[in-house]
Structures are given as structure tokens and as C-alpha cells.
Design a protein around this ligand. Structure first.
Ligand SMILES: C[S@@+](CC[C@H](N)C(=O)[O-])C[C@H]1O[C@@H](n2cnc3c(N)ncnc32)[C@H](O)[C@@H]1O
Length: 359
């Protein structure tokens, strides 16, 4: 159907309606995101998992919360399909499959902390708007702390699902070394979620977590202490100035594309890597053809890239701003320029690309 505005511009009403529906859906998800965070913080999901089919009164009693609020929260969750509602019994239920995504911090499917990352973007929105105009860049350390904690918990799930069970065993000759006793660097380790998983799996190896962000390193040290690991060292250092050497494996877990100078980082790492050692780049999944990234996961990564990755890279020297959707070919060219002879995509998951690089 074609209509005209008062100004005479033609438009298709059905197309407006369809697109409005899409935006309403996004608005609904955007507003509900904070309710996921609330549910996580108040333990509502965890209590629902424990209780089975329940109602607002019982859930409020169980969690020490105010029933009327819980009633509204439950209705939002049911409207979004996060929980189910039994019309006859008037009970709400969190299916076990959903509990693994929303209520279980140890599950490889746990995604609730993603909304904590989203909240940090809103906290920093004015800063980001200002930087769009000034273009000075925003360092990781300049963001709201929800980003650091949200990233840790959100990424940990993916690492839990893949890192020591799939990715490391896939690297040529690396797992044997780590079982016997090797040396590993995790560059841009943040709160050390990946470093700790690796150090736990390979107790005979020594793990070094480096990050330029001192606050993150403090938290990482705390985390290692909490789990009682002694084969792990966290240090404040940038990708271009960590002093330790002789590594069998150097990993960059969702950090490489953030560097202002990824080329220099790889050149620097070359001198720190043993002859038969490997570099593992874990990057957000992306394709070289721009249009192939136009899907829900690409959309999420472009949002993170616009607000976090590009401004961070721009805040550092080097002139690179790869962004979270750089694509394998751009990465390959940097690896080649850095003087490495072997580069391959070791694995691809819906959210990550795993690159293996050797001298
Ligand atoms: C997206 S976060 C990923 C953190 C962690 N690897 C994880 O997966 O949870 C990127 C990390 O890279 C760190 N980083 C950024 N630029 C860096 C640099 N030049 N040297 C060292 N660390 C850097 C940031 O401080 C941040 O902790």
C-alpha cells in the first residue's frame, strides 16, 4: 500500500508498521534487560529454579522481596517468554533449559551478565556522545565498573564451554606441553576468567595474566586467591611491555582487536614465544564480507565495537581501530606483517573465531 505525507513523500504504510513492530520488540527487550539484572541481583531466577512452579507470594517470601513488585516482574518475564505461566494453576515456572541461561553462574550457557555490560554503556552514554564529536578515544579503564564485572561473568560462560575442552586441545602440540608443565601468557586478561580456567585445568603449568588496567588486575588476583591457585601470576602490563618470556602459548582473549597497535603487540610477542609455541587469538566471530555480519550477533558486536572497542583502540597509540568485526583477512594481514609464517582459523563458533598463529 502506498500513501503520501503532507509533504508529498511517498511511503509504504505496511512497511512502517512492520518496522515499528521491530522497534517495539527492541524497546521491549531494552526495558526488560534491566529486569534480568534485577532478577539476577535479587536471586529471583535462582529461587525460581529451586522452587519449581510458584507464585509471587512464595517467591517474594523466599527472596525477602516485596510481593507486589515480584508480581509485576513475573508478568514481564512471562510476557517475554523467559518463564512460563500456567493459566489454570496461576503459577510461574522457570524451565530448566532457561535456568541454565539465567540462573546458573556455573553453566556454560549463562548469559544474564550480558545485561550488566549493557548497563555500563548507558552509564557511559554521555561520555560516548562527547567522544563521537571530539574523537579523543575512551580507554577501557575510563568505563563504568559494570563493564569489567559484566564482561568477566559474560565471557566466562563461553570460555567455560570451550577454552580447555575445545580450543586449547585443537592447537598443535600445545596441550601436551601444558599437561607436562608449560608457560602461558594471557594478554589483556581483565579479571582473569580465562587465565583461571586454564590454570585450574593445567596445574603443572604456570600462567601469567597481563592487563594494562590496574583495577582489573587487582580483581584478578583476588579471584585467583579465592580459588586457591598458586600457578598463576597477574601483573599490570601492556601488550607491548610485559617483561616475562619463554612462553609456550600466548593468548589474547577478546582483546587483540582492542589494541591501538595490534601489529606491534604481535611483533613484541614474537620475541617472548618459544620456537614451537603458539599464539591463540580469540576474537568475536565475524566475516570479511560486511553484509554477512548483519545479523543479531553482528549487531550486538557492532554496538560493543562502536561504544567500547573502537574508542579504546583510538585512545591508544598506533593508529589501528580494528573494531570487534574485523574479519579474518584483516587479522591475517597483520599477522603476516608481524613476521609469522603460520596462520589459520582453528575454530569458529557462533560467537567466536579462534586463530592459531605460529612462528
Ligand atoms: C574486552 S576485554 C577482555 C578481557 C578478558 N580477556 C576477558 O575475556 O574477560 C579487553 C581487555 O584488554 C585490556 N587491554 C586493552 N588494551 C590493552 C593493552 N594495550 N595492553 C594490555 N591490555 C589491554 C583491557 O584492559 C581489557 O581488560
Amino acid at each position: 500500500m502506498e500513501n503520501s505525507t503532507k509533504l508529498g513523500t511517498a511511503f509504504d504504510l505496511e512497511r512502517i508498521q512492520a518496522f515499528s513492530g521491530q522497534v517495539v520488540n527492541d524497546l521491549s527487550a531494552g526495558m526488560s534487560g534491566v529486569l534480568v539484572q534485577i532478577g539476577e541481583e535479587l536471586g529471583l531466577y535462582r529461587a525460581m529454579r529451586k522452587l519449581g512452579p510458584t507464585n509471587a507470594k512464595i517467591l517474594a517470601e523466599e527472596t525477602g522481596t516485596f510481593e507486589r513488585y515480584v508480581q509485576e516482574w513475573l508478568n514481564n518475564q512471562a510476557a517475554g517468554g523467559y518463564i512460563t505461566y500456567n493459566v489454570e494453576l496461576q503459577t510461574y515456572h522457570l524451565p530448566e533449559e532457561h535456568a541454565l541461561v539465567l540462573a546458573d553462574g556455573n553453566s556454560p550457557f549463562f548469559m544474564a551478565p550480558g545485561f550488566q555490560v549493557v548497563s555500563s554503556l548507558w552509564y557511559d552514554k554521555d561520555k560516548i556522545v562527547k567522544d563521537f564529536k571530539e574523537g579523543k578515544g575512551i580507554g577501557w579503564h575510563q568505563h563504568h565498573h559494570n563493564l569489567f564485572f559484566g564482561t568477566e561473568a559474560f565471557f566466562r560462560s563461553g570460555y567455560r564451554a570451550n577454552l580447555v575442552s575445545e580450543w586449547i586441545p585443537d592447537l598443535e602440540g600445545i596441550e601436551d606441553k601444558l599437561i607436562k608443565g608449560g608457560k602461558v601468557a594471557d594478554i589483556g586478561c581483565g579479571h582473569g576468567a580465562s587465565t583461571i580456567l586454564m590454570a585450574t585445568k593445567y596445574p603443572n603449568s604456570t600462567f601469567y595474566g597481563f592487563d594494562y588496567h590496574a583495577e582489573s588486575i587487582e580483581t584478578a588476583k583476588l579471584r585467583a586467591k579465592e580459588v586457591g591457585l598458586s600457578n598463576i601470576v597477574f601483573k599490570v602490563a601492556s601488550a607491548m611491555d610485559f617483561k616475562d618470556f619463554g612462553f609456550d602459548l600466548i593468548c589474547y582473549m577478546d582483546a587483540f582487536h582492542d589494541f591501538g597497535n595490534p601489529l606491534e603487540a604481535l611483533q613484541y610477542a614474537k620475541n617472548k614465544l618459544n620456537e614451537n609455541g603458539s599464539i591463540m587469538l580469540v576474537e568475536p566471530a565475524s566475516f570479511d564480507e560486511l553484509e554477512k555480519n548483519f545479523n543479531p550477533i553482528g549487531r550486538m558486536f557492532y554496538a560493543a565495537s562502536t561504544t567500547l572497542c573502537v574508542p579504546h583502540a583510538h585512545s591508544q597509540d598506533g593508529g589501528y581501530c580494528l573494531g570487534a568485526q574485523a574479519g579474518p583477512e584483516r587479522v591475517r594481514r597483520i599477522v603476516e606483517e608481524a613476521g609469522y609464517n603460520a596462520f589459520k582459523i582453528a575454530q569458529r563458533t557462533p560467537v567466536n573465531l579462534i586463530y592459531e598463529i605460529r612462528k
